[in-house]
Design a protein around this ligand. Structure first.
Ligand code: ADP
Ligand code: ADP
Length: 225
């Protein structure tokens, strides 16, 4: 696990600034939610931490390393995408252990992580299926399982629940809160949903128009008069 620090991070497309001198510190073991209206730069911010987007200016630190020039696979991060991005030709089992295998984990570790994650996310019955044979909610669990199976420094979530119906979303939100307490992960979680932000965030960062408008605990942000 590691802290994440963004220092004066900017992102422009051409002359158009999207993220404007953003400063943010996510402490080791802290779950930070970035919330704000669509188009305010949340996803871009997350993708810069992941290395999926170049930084126009500023620095991103993961642990004690500046990672600006490191490609995504050299950053010890695990990401859950809105569209799940599962490998369609692989079974659920293969999807879950793919990252672990690539990182060189031994067979015992792989088996034990797979057992943990399938138990936690109730995926045991589906391990031999392909993503195409799963419901949206099940695919979402697999994407979550694939990330959690990894021993990542930082877990990044990009609107992971927004393609689910209201009931499933509520259920998965509770599930993520439980997992978060169990793992004590360092995480950045992007959503436009205030209820998710309030339920999941140790701290909430409210973004608007590429800047941080407010930072605080859910209590400080949503429940103060
Ligand atoms: P959010 O996640 O808050 O919805 P995004 O970070 O996805 O916002 O996008 C912020 C803004 O950047 C949006 O206006 C979007 O259209 C714009 N944007 C994102 N990617 C690109 C790109 N590759 N080229 C130009 N503009 C982009
Ligand atoms: P989401 O809000 O679900 O992240 P977006 O519509 O913002 O989806 O972005 C989808 C993809 O299109 C992203 O890769 C983003 O970088 C890119 N994109 C978004 N807006 C623009 C834009 N104005 N010009 C070019 N690419 C864009």
């Amino acid at each position: 696990m590691s802290s994440v620090i963004l220092r004066n991070v900017c992102k422009s497309y051409g002359n158009l600034p999207i993220v404007k001198s953003l400063n943010l510190e996510v402490k080791d073991g802290e779950f930070v939610v970035l919330v704000g209206p669509s188009g305010c730069g949340k996803s871009t911010t997350l993708r810069m931490v992941a290395g999926l987007e170049d930084i126009t200016q500023g620095d991103v630190h993961i642990g004690d390393q500046v990672v600006n020039d490191l490609p995504p696979h050299k950053r010890n991060i695990a990401m859950v995408f809105q569209n799940y991005a599962l490998y369609p030709h692989m079974s659920v089992r293969e999807n879950i252990v793919f990252g672990l295998k690539k990182s060189g984990a031994d067979a015992t570790t792989i088996a034990s992580k797979l057992a943990d994650v399938s138990e936690m996310l109730k995926l045991n019955e589906y391990l031999d299926r392909k993503p195409a044979d799963l419901s949206g909610g099940q695919r979402q669990r697999v994407a979550m399982g694939r990330a959690l199976a990894r021993d990542a420094d930082v877990y990044l979530f990009d609107e992971p629940l927004s393609n689910l119906d209201a009931k499933l979303r509520h259920h998965m939100r509770t599930e993520i809160a439980r997992i978060q307490h169990q793992y004590n992960m360092t995480a950045i979680y992007v959503t436009h949903d205030q209820v998710e932000a309030m339920t999941l965030g140790d701290r909430v960062v409210v973004m608007r128009d590429g800047i941080v408008e407010q930072v605080g605990t859910p209590m400080e942000i949503y429940l103060q008069p």
